[in-house]
Each structure stands twice: as structure tokens, then as C-alpha cells.
Design a protein around this ligand. Sequence first.
Ligand code: SF4
Length: 433
Amino acid sequence: MNDGANIDYRNFKINGIYQYNDAADLMVRAKLPAGVLSVVQAEAICDVSEKYSNGILHLTCRGNVEIHGLRGDTLPQVFRRYNAVGLTTRGACGGAVRSVICATAEGDGFSRIQLLARCLHDHFTGNPHFEGLPKKFKLGIENGYLGARHLCQDLVMVYLGQEDGRDLCDVWVAGGLGRQPQEGFLLAGRVSFERLIPLIEGVVKVYKKNTPAGKRLKYLLADIGEAEFRALLSKETSGAQVCPVSTPLEDALDGASAAGACGWIELAVFAGQLPAAELRRIAGVVQDLGDGFLAISRDQNVLVSLGVGINPEPLKEALRVAGLLKQEETLQCRVCPGSHLCTKGLVPTRDVARQLDAILGDSSRALSWAISGCPNSCSQPQLADFGIIGVRKGSDKKEALYDLYKRSGKGFGKPLREKLNLDELLKTVAEFG
Ligand code: SF4
């Protein structure tokens, strides 16, 4: 394999490889089920980042880990290293069922959610029936209703808990953010786990067969309406067999072998940017005193698993002594790579996050924030208390412009101020935030 002109890296999206500039620099995204990874996997990611890139990781709002700045001639080594530890990138980009985003740190029931996330990850990843989709298809699992998160994915399962030994979910579909935000609708209530896979398969098949290339499921719904969508879905799911999510062993263990079974220790990561050396140090502590598992939260932080039998106090103390569990409050701000790394990025998201960090007072810092480099809204600004979206790129003659969103009520955040320059944005944020 070479780094020459005869390879078109844009054909490799389905393998989680994304060419993000004309110089053929590549981003490789590891697809983690429920954001969970083992210490061994974390070390492999650190090795790749330090050896073949700049040693900086980007943690995504879907609980994935991206390495930017890789060159094509290193892909054999990168994938050999990932394969050796069971890390996959398949379907992390392109027209595929993407990683299952999960309510990792919130409430009880995560072990059942994690089981479901892993089962869906295994079922849809690399499954040719569910690849070659018109565009990405995003799955999410929520642990009960919290904010507007159930409204913004192609398909979201809201876990309701167990009843008579059966795990139940509400299923919402056709939501999405981006340039034309659309809140999803309730497709089916109180669906048992074993009916989920046939139902999701049906939705993905309807999407694949009926949607033009480049469009999301929300486009199809806007085009044909809910009644027609339900009719098509009913045809696809007619006669479908139930499909168990867990095995008898997993049911008997009742989550005792799951990462995070007794909770997590959250380590704040500013703007989702984490030096590989720091992840390596975290992994070292977890190897010695933890249960061998970590997770990436959808707020782009690192979570240290408290598995069954793990004593949290020595673990916390070791993380504190190593300077990894910080005392001071870190600004909670989801950030996409923006113009720092993304060709679509209009504004330098991490720089803006730093400026926000410098001006916000204590009460504003307690709120949730998100900054997206363009209207594609990858950091989900409409779900934060305050969201910022870059809407015009700065140049010699023009200033970069931003829209400011505020969320109140049940749905997505709405624009509060539009087309602000950076000074106006910071002034407005200081006033409202
Ligand atoms: S929101 Fe825009 S700039 Fe940010 S990662 Fe997505 S496409 Fe790139």
C-alpha cells in the first residue's frame, strides 16, 4: 500500500476512514459500542496516535475516538494494531448504521442498556444488508426521558426498565439536527427487547429502499408522511421473528460482568481534546486498581468503570494524585473539530470554547454548552442549555459569524441571536449565560 495518487481514500468511508483535506490527511474513527473500551484497546489507540499522528485524540459526542493526521501508508499498521485488540472502525463513517450512542453515566439500568448497545453494534456492524445506505443512520439508547435527546437521532430507544422480567423501550424515529432540525416522533411504545432488532431492521430497510442518496430518514418522512412510512414499515416487518438481545448466561449474570455496573468516575476532558499520553496514564491506573474498562461519554469525557467488586476510593485517590481527577470545575462544553480539522468547519470551535471558559461565571459554567463549527451541528448545540453554531467563515474581508441557541422547554433549543461576530457573541453570552 502506498500514499500515492492512485488511491482514492474517499472510497474508504465505510471503514471509518475520512480524508479531510486536499493533502490526503486522514481521520480514523474507532467505533465503540456504548462508548466502552478496554484498557488494552485504549493503549492501542494511544500507540497509533503517538506513532503515526500527533499524539492528540478527539473524543466524539457519539462516544467514539478519532485520530486525525494519519497518512495512507500507515493504514496497514493502524488496522493491524486495532484488529489485534478487537477495535473496529467499520461503519463509523459513510452510509451505515453508526455507533450506538448511549446514556452511559445516568441512572440505573446501564448494564441492560449496554447489553442492548453491544448486541445492536454486533448485529449491524459490517452487515451488508444494512450498509450502502443513502447516508448515515444514527441509533441511540436513552435511560428514561431526559431533555430532548430522544428527538434527535434516526432511531432512539428510551429504556423504561423491566416489567414481568421483560425489558421495555419506547422507540422514536426520524429525528435529526443539522441544517434542518427535525424532532423525531414516537413510532412504538413499550417494545420488548426481543422485538427491537426486527423493528430496527424494518426501519433501516424502508430508509434504504425509499430515500435518495445523501438524504437522512427525516427527509423521507417529510416526503412521504408518517402514514405512508408506517405502511412501508409494516410490509417490511410482516412475519418477522423475535430476536433475543441477551443470552441466558447474560441474564443470569444480570449485568455483574458489565463495565460501569456500579457507576463511573468521570474525568473531564476540555473540548473533547485528549493527549494520548493522558489516556495512557488513565489506562495505567485503571489497569492497577480498576476493572480494566473505560468509556467515552457523549459529553466527550473519559469515564472510569466501577465494576462489581471495585473499591472506588483507592481508584479515585490514585487518579487525583496523578492529576487526572481534577478538583476545579471544568466548563462542560461539547465541541466538534470545527475549522481546526474539518473541511466544512467555518469557525475555530476549540478557540471559542477557550474564550467562553475565560469569561463565564460560576452559574453559567454549571450549564451545558455546545459549539459546532457549521450548521451540520455535530456537537448537538440544540440539545445544550446554550448552543453556538458557526454560520459564516472568516476571511480577510469578512468576519466569522455565529448563531446563539438557547434551550428551554421540551424540544430543541431555538435561535436566541443570529449572525453575531465573535465580540458580539461573547458579550451576549456574558449577558445571558
Ligand atoms: S459540525 Fe460542521 S465543522 Fe463540525 S464536525 Fe460537523 S461538519 Fe465538521
